[in-house]
Every structure is written in C-alpha cells, then in structure tokens.
Design a protein around this ligand. Structure first.
Ligand code: PRP
Ligand code: ZN
Length: 299
C-alpha cells in the first residue's frame, strides 16, 4: 500500500496530449525530477509525482487506485466508462475539469464516393473503430443495423484493406480523413483533454493536494484566455467600444497629452480577443490597439 501523503498524476507518455499536459502542470508550479526509465517522475516542488503511460491505460490506473488523477482525452474516458457499464461495473472515474486543449471529435466517416450522407446506408455494413462501446451505443441510438469491428490502430485504412466499409475515429484537423479519401457523416462525441479522478473523494491528505492543484489549474486556465487590451479613441466613443470587448473588466482611462477629446484606455479582457473583434473595434473608432498576454494575476 503506497503512502497517501503524495499525489500521483498520470499523463500520456508520448502523443498529442503529452506536451500540452506537461506544459500545463509546469505552469501550475509543478517541477519533476526525470527518472532514467521515464515512467515515474518524482515531484520536487510539491508532493505530486508524475506517471508517464499510454493514454488508454489512464482510466484503468485511476480505477485501480494506482494513480490518483490523470490528464486524458474525454474520448478515452467515455469509451472505457461505456465498456465498464456494459460489464456491469460502475465507472470508478470521472471528469474533474475540462482543460481546453486536445480538442477533437469522434466521428463516423465513409469513402468519398458514397453519395449523400444518408446514415441508413450504413445498414448491413462494418464500421472499423478503436471505440467499439461508444460506436455500439450510437448505432443503437440511431436504430441502425451496422457492425462495429475493433481495430487497435490505423483505423483509417480499414476500408481500403477491405476490413470494413466505414470507420469511426477521432478527427482533429481532418487531414487524416482527406488523405484517406474519407468524409465525415456523423459526429458521435466532442472531446478535449480533461483532468480525471476517482468517482469517490479522497478521504486523506490527497484531498487537500488535489484541491490545491485544481485551484492552480483554474488560475492558469483563466489567465490563458485573459488579455490586457490597450487602445486610444475619442472619449465619447468609449461606451460603444467597451461593448465590443469580450468579458471586459472596468477600464483605466487616461488623458492623452495635447488631445482634449481623446483618451488612452487599458482594460483586462477575460476571454479571447480575435482579429475580428479588433477590426470591429477599429471600425467603431479605436486606434493604436495592443493586445498583451497576462503573465500573472492576483486580485
Ligand atoms: C487520431 C486519429 C487520427 C488522427 C486524426 O489519433 O486516430 O489518426 O488523430 O487527426 P487529424 O484529423 O488532425 O488528421 P491520435 O493522435 O489521437 O492517436 P491515438 O488515437 O493513437 O491516441
Ligand atoms: Zn491512444
């Protein structure tokens, strides 16, 4: 039995989610000593250690209590929850917080030459996937009569190999589908990376550590979207301009030397600025706009 005065987080060893997950933990102030086998990394700044594993193993490791928390795609979590449910087991793990990266969707795709997107064409067909449980649920919901064929990798080439007529796989940019002459006909699940943990609360010191980590992650995530926006405008235009800014706090308004009618404005915006918003601001009379990242914040 391992001691419960340290928290153990599992993340993907290598793949789409591993770098952003490490980056997020680093921003939350976690530093690790790399071990030579690169499976277990000892936490140096806090009693929080890292386990580097295959993403598909993360829900099971949480369920078994081998690790306490994990950064994993919602797609993996939901597939394994569906699998456990079909075996009469409870989920044993849950989403604690969506993390805003690794966005993708689980979709059904068919060869480009299928005309139209009528789902009934899937009747009597085989659909290759690494997500058989989510796919079977979807097939049942859609009242289709299709077969889920389990493949552990390279799902996108299954139609060309004659192993299936359609596929159900993750789509991010869509490049894999295009490269394999496939087109999306249905989205089964929207997904992103999440912080996952056990369904039952920790009844020991780990509860405080997990709460602290969560607070820090929330701070990092809200800072990421926040921007400091600077601009100049005629004072009279300010009320209209403020309406164009996303989740703006109260502005600091300064006078401009030698320009009685004009002001310089500094304002914190809590959600993403876009080029579109900047162009709208310009059209409404703002000039010399600057959008700056926020490094740290303490209200
Ligand atoms: C997914 C999926 C596709 C690819 C799609 O694999 O299996 O191969 O990403 O991305 P695209 O739409 O940008 O081309 P992933 O990297 O998640 O690996 P894994 O399924 O083995 O974990
Ligand atoms: Zn995987």
């Amino acid at each position: 039995m391992r001691s419960h005065d340290r928290l153990r987080i599992a993340i993907q060893k290598s793949g789409r989610l591993s770098d952003p997950a490490r980056d997020l933990l680093a921003r939350a102030g976690l530093q690790f000593r790399e071990s030579r086998d690169r499976l277990f990394c000892y936490g140096e700044s806090l009693p929080i250690d890292l386990l580097l594993v295959r993403d598909d193993d993360i829900p099971g490791l949480i369920a078994e209590g081998v690790c306490d928390l994990g950064v994993v795609g919602q797609n993996v979590l939901e597939e394994q929850a569906a699998e456990r449910l079909s075996q009469g087991l409870d989920a044993a793990f849950k989403v604690i917080k969506p993390l805003g990266f690794g966005r993708c969707r689980l979709s059904v795709a068919v060869p480009n030459e299928w005309d139209g997107a009528d789902l009934s064409r899937l009747n009597g067909k085989r659909i290759a996937t690494s997500y058989p449980n989510l796919l079977r649920q979807w097939i049942a919901e859609q009242k289709l009569d299709a077969e889920a064929v389990l493949l552990s990798g390279s799902v996108e080439i299954a139609p060309r190999l004659g192993k299936a007529e359609a596929i159900c796989d993750l789509v991010s940019s869509g490049a894999t589908l295009v490269a394999n002459q496939l087109k999306e006909v249905a989205v089964i699940l929207q997904s992103e990376a999440v912080l996952a943990g056990p369904a039952k609360p920790f009844g020991d010191e780990r509860a405080d550590l997990a709460a602290m980590l969560l607070r820090r992650l929330e701070g990092v995530l809200s800072l990421r979207a926040s921007k400091l926006v600077l601009f100049q405008s005629r004072r009279a235009l300010l009320p209209e301009l403020m309406k164009l800014l996303p989740d703006a706090e109260l502005p600091t308004v300064m006078s401009l030397e030698g320009r009685a009618e004009e002001v310089g404005v500094q304002v914190l915006c809590r959600s993403a600025m876009t080029w579109q918003r900047l162009e709208d601001m310009k059209r409404a009379g703002a000039s010399n706009m600057l959008v700056l990242p926020v490094e740290q914040m303490l209200a």
